[in-house]
Structure formats: structure tokens, C-alpha cells
Design a protein around this ligand. Structure first.
Ligand code: PLP
Length: 376
């Protein structure tokens, strides 16, 4: 069976974990955590990063930092993972769900202004499949209405957006705050894991406190104050050094991992782009591709189900993705009733194909030729 995903190991993970264990410092914010922080800040020009135990945690930190309170409205795409909305719902927010574009699962930026009210406090964008949302347009709207922009960049490591003046910025470095995931299904992994990026300096000091259970321990360890205590809300959002050590082994191989994933993505694209019964991903001119995911779109839910079954019968696992959040059991009664047709269409017609570092040439060929021969 060709699985949908297989976590890639560089070979150094256990070695670095051993180093962390032997160092005698295995709680958070040690040498490996700091190495990872510097790596990300230097490579992608994030103003400040903090590793977290998941992207969900990073989103929760962002919701606290953005001062989301009961009654506030937050604009979020419906076609996304539960955590994108849940982190804000926990703070008491009402979620105003935005639809996707007809031909791209990302939030349709042209609809955002119509969703803004006097209660709106933040926009959370999701860069689906690591492909950028229209950030220039979204940041302009946010500036105009004084809203906080949070990028759910869970899938978007090593992906970029180009502004109309030619400036190119890493996803997660454009909004006021950003959240990444290192879950084993993402490009760069640590089992469970994540990262908050802080691009607006005014959030940095408070972020460190929230990260360390509401205490000013980070300042204490830098010698800036001589005792630490409880100064704010927060939680234990920081990962242990064991997780950071694992992540460091991945980061040393980031370019190699990305190159391999892109090669596979391009092979799929070249061979599948002209098949009449499927649509392949469209990458806008302002976006780069980080090869997080290769998906195809079918004409109907029935066709997609037939394909899933046919691939499975031939030992290939393919999977669909999100169920629109506005129709979820948890939120449907709180949703304002608007029909979000494009999100529902992606729920019914999008299918993801196996894409991981160790996928072999013959396995890629097999998936491609199966799809080409579907219904023949
Ligand atoms: C994976 C993912 C998450 C959750 O990440 P965790 O690290 O598992 O918390 C959130 N949002 C999106 C868009 C994701 O793809």
C-alpha cells in the first residue's frame, strides 16, 4: 500500500535528542530551542519567533495577544482545520466565516470588507496547501479598519508572497502574528510542534510572558530582572528541548526536503494538468509553491468517491480534506446562516494525493498512471 503520508527522518533526530538529554537541560527554551529560533528569524525575517507545542497553541497565543474577548468578531475561512477557529472561540469570539474563491480554497479577499462590522477585531488567513492568500489586499483592508491579521501558516513553511512593488516576503512574516505547525503531516516535523511568529514588535514582550505561564521568566533568564513572578495570563506553550532537538535535525535539511517535495509536486502537475476530468492547483502570480500538498479537484463528490475507491483497490491511499466549519456540529447553530458554496464545493470535490520525501519514482509513476487510466 502506498500511504498518504510518511514522516521523513533525516537520521540525526535521535542523536540530537541524546545531546539534549545528556546536557542535563531538557525543559524548554534551552540551546536547541534557541538554535531553532535563530534559524527561522534569520532565514525568513520574522521579527521574533517562539516555538510552541503545536500550531493550535500558537493560534491560542495569537488570540490572547490580539486581546480577543467575548462578543468580538473574527473573520476566518470556513474551509480550514478546526484549530484556526477554535483558538478564537475559546476567547469568546464570534466567528464570521468567509468563503473560498471558486477556483482556489483560500479565503476570497474581495469578500472580506462586506463581513466587517464595528465588532470585528481580527482576520485570520489560512494559506491553504502553502499557497499564499492575497496578502497585499488583506493587509490594506486590515490597516483601514485597524484589524489584527493573523496568518495560519501551518502548511506554509518556506513559501513566499510578492507585493506589487516587487518585495518578496515569507508567509508568516506579513501579518501581525503567524502560526506554523510541525505536526508529522507537514513539510518539517517534530511529531507535534509549532511556532508563533511575531512581526509587530508591540506584541513581543507580552508573547514571551504568555508563553511561560504568565510569568516574566524569559526576562529573568536574560538577567534583565532579578526575580520572576506572575504578571499576566498565559499557559505552558513552550516545547521541551527533546522536541526542539528533533526539529533542529529537520531544519538542517530544510532545503533538501523542500527540493525533493517540489520535484514530486512538479511531476504530478506535469502529468495530471491536462486530464479533462480533473482540475489541478492554480498558483497565483504573487505566490510561490512550497509543495506542501498536491490536490486535484473533481466535477462531483461521486467522481471523487469513485477515484478514492479505485486508488484504494490498487493499493494507493488518497484522502479528502476539510468539512466546512460553518456546517460543523459544534458551530452550525452559531453560524449566521450564509451559504458558503465554494467552501462546500472544496469539501466535496478536493482530493489529496500521496506526497512525502520517501515516495519513490516508481510509486509516483504508479499513482499518475492509475489516475490517467481511471474509467478507461
Ligand atoms: C495542521 C494545521 C493546523 C494544526 O496544527 P497542529 O500543529 O496540529 O496544532 C492548523 N491549521 C491548519 C491550516 C493546519 O493545516
Amino acid at each position: 500500500m502506498i500511504p498518504f503520508n510518511k514522516p521523513f527522518l533525516t537520521g540525526k533526530e535521535t542523536l540530537y535528542i541524546e545531546d539534549a538529554v545528556k546536557s542535563g537541560k531538557i525543559s524548554g527554551n534551552g540551546i536547541f530551542t534557541q538554535k531553532c529560533h535563530s534559524f527561522f528569524e534569520d532565514k525568513y525575517q520574522f521579527k521574533k519567533v517562539l516555538l510552541t507545542t503545536s500550531c493550535t497553541d500558537a493560534l491560542e497565543m495569537a488570540a490572547i495577544l490580539a486581546n480577543i474577548e467575548a462578543g468580538d468578531e473574527v473573520i476566518i475561512p470556513s474551509y480550514t482545520f478546526v484549530s484556526t477557529a477554535l483558538a478564537f472561540v475559546r476567547q469568546g469570539a464570534k466567528i464570521i466565516f468567509a468563503d473560498s474563491y471558486p477556483d482556489n480554497p483560500n479565503m476570497d479577499a474581495t469578500l472580506i470588507e462586506s463581513l466587517i462590522t464595528s465588532k470585528t477585531k481580527a482576520i485570520v488567513v489560512v494559506h491553504y496547501a502553502g499557497i499564499a492568500c492575497d496578502m497585499e489586499k488583506i493587509m490594506k483592508i486590515a490597516d483601514l479598519h485597524k484589524l489584527v491579521v493573523i496568518e495560519d501558516a501551518a502548511q506554509a513553511i518556506d513559501s513566499f508572497y510578492t507585493f506589487s512593488d516587487g518585495t518578496k516576503k515569507a508567509l508568516g512574516s506579513i501579518g501581525h502574528l503567524g502560526a506554523f505547525s510541525f505536526h508529522e503531516t507537514k513539510n518539517i516535523i517534530s511529531g507535534e510542534g509549532g511556532m508563533l511568529t511575531i512581526n509587530d514588535e508591540k506584541y513581543i514582550d507580552r508573547a514571551e510572558i504568555i508563553w511561560e505561564k504568565g510569568t516574566n521568566r524569559s526576562q529573568f533568564f536574560r538577567g534583565e530582572i532579578n526575580k520572576y513572578g506572575w504578571v499576566d495570563t498565559g499557559s505552558s506553550f513552550l516545547p521541551s528541548e527533546i522536541i526542539s532537538a528533533f526539529l533542529w535535525a529537520q531544519l538542517e535539511n530544510l532545503d533538501k526536503i523542500q527540493q525533493k517535495r517540489l520535484t514530486i509536486w512538479n511531476q504530478y502537475f506535469e502529468h495530471l494538468k491536462d486530464i479533462p476530468f480533473i482540475h489541478t492547483p492554480q498558483i497565483p502570480d504573487f505566490a510561490t509553491n512550497n509543495a506542501h500538498m498536491f490536490y486535484v479537484i473533481f466535477e462531483s463528490v461521486e467522481k471523487r468517491s469513485q477515484m478514492i475507491q479505485y486508488l484504494k483497490d490498487n493499493e494507493v491511499l488518497s484522502v479528502f480534506h476539510y468539512l466546512s466549519l460553518h456546517k460543523s456540529d459544534y458551530y452550525k447553530d452559531k453560524h449566521d446562516g450564509r451559504n458558503l458554496q465554494n467552501s462546500d464545493n472544496f469539501e466535496n470535490t478536493l482530493l489529496r494525493l500521496p506526497l512525502y520525501y520517501d515516495l519513490s519514482e516508481s510509486e509516483i509513476d504508479k499513482v499518475i498512471s492509475l489516475i490517467k487510466n481511471f474509467n478507461k
